[in-house]
Every structure is written in C-alpha cells, then in structure tokens.
Design a protein around this ligand. Structure first.
Ligand code: ATP
Ligand code: MG
Length: 318
C-alpha cells in the first residue's frame, strides 16, 4: 500500500446560513494524497474545493470527520506534532496581492512567517534568502514592497513564503487564476519544478481541467461538497466515468476546429443546485442526462471500479 501523507476521512464542514439552514460545504469527503503525488482537485465554483484545501492544511476545523497527517489525527496534536504540522502544511492562494501585507517588505513577510514558527533571526534570514531564490527571484526582492513588483513576482514571493518552512504538503488554491495569461505558464513551471525537486506532495485546486492536466498525476472531481470521481490523470481524461466529469471535460475547448465540431457536447441542464438546499439522492441528478428514479432517492457512495478509479454514480458512463 502506498503511504498517504495526508488524508481526509468522512470530512464535513457545515455553515449556518440564515437562522436554520445548514450549508454543507463539505459533505463527507474521503480522500488521500500519497507522498510525492500531485492531486488535482476540480469542480465548479462553490463545490467546496477551497474549503477542503483550507481544512486539509488546518486553517479551518472540520465539523465532522478527520484530517490525518502521516496516519495521525491532527485534531488534538501534541505540542511537538502541532509545531511540525504548521511547518509541514502550507497553502498558496489565488490572489497574491491579498496574500501579502502591503506594509511589509517581501523579506519581512517571509521572515515573520518563519519567526512565528520558532526560527532564530539568523536562520530565518538565510532561509528566506534561499526560498526567494528557489522561487526564481533575486535576493534583492526581499527589500521590495508588494506594490513595487509585478503580479507574477508577487506570486513567486507567496510561493517563497510557502516553501520557506520546507513543507511536505502544499495546497495550491487556483495559484494562476488571478495572473496574466502570459505569466501563468512560468508560475506553473515553477510549481512543477519545486514539486519534482523537493518531492512535494500537492493538492492543486483549479476549476480549469486543462491546467490540472498539465500538473497532476491524479485528479479528483468535486460536486457540492463530495468527491464524485477520482482517477489517475490519463484514465480520467480518456475514460471519465461520472456524467459530471464527462460534462466538465466537454466544456474544455479543443484547439483543433475539426475535432472541436465532431466532439459530442454534453450540456449541463440548469443551474448548480443551492448547496444550502441540496437535492435528494445523488446531488447531481437534477442536471444529469442519465438520472433515473433511483438517483432521486439514493445517494450513491464513492466506490472503486478497477484498481485506481473511484466514482459515486449509479449509472456510470461506459
Ligand atoms: N465562511 C462561510 N460562511 C458561509 N458559507 C461559506 C463560507 N465559506 C464558504 N462557504 C460556502 O461553501 C461553499 C463552498 O465554498 P468554497 O469556497 O469552498 O468553494 P470553491 O469550490 O472553492 O469555489 P470557487 O471555485 O468559487 O473558489 C459555497 O457555497 C460557499 O458559499
Ligand atoms: Mg475556491
């Protein structure tokens, strides 16, 4: 068995909306990421991707279920394990401007991140310099303020802060969505390179399947707080089994106009259901072309089909 570095077990996160309604942003997620793997996490807006990412790195507490790190529960860690968890789990957010304090230099930001985790001043200084260089910026950037540098450079600074603690696990939550198209590839290549060189384990969140195809060894698909399909990248792109994944894939434009026209498009009917008022049974049934009466009634559990492929569907695609 491959060792899971990080694992969600029956993970749920509920929010109270209004006075009586419960919004299930995560509704029973079981998901593991093997050490050294990059798992892509895709799904429409509001499906719970960021909530899952934040909960896995400990920024949010689960309402139910567990997050395990190296097989150990992270809910009530011993002080030494707690310190390690804070070092080993990092997150990179979508918008680098919001992630950096405008009144602090890049160097001060990275230093502070290290100092609160117990690094001495001298060690933090050399660690910050090493991290900024690994993120592809000269050490002179440490004395700059966020507004003095470009968006791509700001994201590199955010990445430097994340890798400065030598983490084992990084959540990259839409790390290139807020950037100019022209610099997206550079940042993706940087993340790819860091992942390879440092043997990082990553959860790479994106609503864009083509970005995920470039980065990830495995892909998980989320719909309304649940994982509905998970498979190695090649299998997921070639033979998606969940109708929702099929629909997401058919929404990627293909550059070749002939193939683009021949391709069968599955159009999703209707709107994403309100997560505070999820449909009965399978939460995708209101939009699914294959839905039957069974799907209205019974929520399909995530099950294995073949060795590495999992789906939650009563009527999978062939
Ligand atoms: N603090 C909160 N209070 C109430 N509801 C919340 C809160 N945070 C998130 N939600 C809700 O939880 C659901 C999942 O949100 P989340 O941000 O995890 O989705 P997402 O998949 O990351 O979406 P996006 O692609 O837009 O980033 C949404 O319906 C959202 O409105
Ligand atoms: Mg999000």
């Amino acid at each position: 068995m491959t060792e899971m570095l990080i694992e969600a077990k029956g993970l749920a996160r509920h929010y109270l909306v209004g006075r009586h309604r419960v919004l299930r942003a995560l509704d029973g997620v079981d998901l593991g990421v093997a050490r050294g793997a990059t798992l892509g996490l895709v799904g429409e807006s509001g499906s719970g991707k960021s909530t899952l990412g934040r909960t896995l790195v400990g920024l949010q507490k689960p309402s139910l279920g567990q997050v395990l790190f190296e097989g150990k529960d992270t809910a009530t860690p011993e002080p030494s394990f707690m310190a390690r968890l804070r070092r080993e789990r990092q997150i990179i957010f979508q918008d680098p401007s919001g992630a950096l304090n405008p009144r602090m230099t890049i160097g001060a930001t990275v230093m502070e991140h290290l100092r609160v985790q117990g690094w001495s001043r001298a060690d933090a200084q050399s660690q910050a310099a090493a991290a900024i260089e690994q993120a592809g910026l000269a050490t002179s950037f440490l004395s700059r303020y966020p507004h003095e540098i470009s968006g791509g450079q700001r994201q590199r600074a955010v990445i430097a802060r994340a890798i400065s603690t030598d983490p084992a696990f990084i959540v990259a939550d839409e790390p290139v969505s807020a950037l100019d198209v022209s610099i997206r590839a550079q940042i993706m290549n940087l993340l790819h390179q860091l992942q390879r060189e440092r043997g990082l384990t990553m959860l790479f969140i994106s609503h864009d399947l083509s970005v995920v195809a470039h980065m990830c060894s495995d892909v998980a698909v989320m719909h309304l707080g649940r994982i509905v399909e998970r498979a190695p990248r090649a299998a997921l792109f070639k033979t998606p089994r969940h109708p929702y994944t099929g629909a997401l894939l058919s929404a990627i434009p293909i550059p070749d106009p002939v193939r683009e026209r021949q391709r069968m498009r599955i159009i999703l009917k209707g709107e994403v259901p309100n997560p505070a008022n999820k449909p009965s049974g399978c939460s995708f049934h209101t939009r699914c072309p294959r839905a039957t009466e069974l799907c209205h009634r019974v929520d399909p559990p995530l099950r294995s089909i073949g060795t590495e492929h999992q789906i939650a569907c009563h009527h999978p695609l062939e």
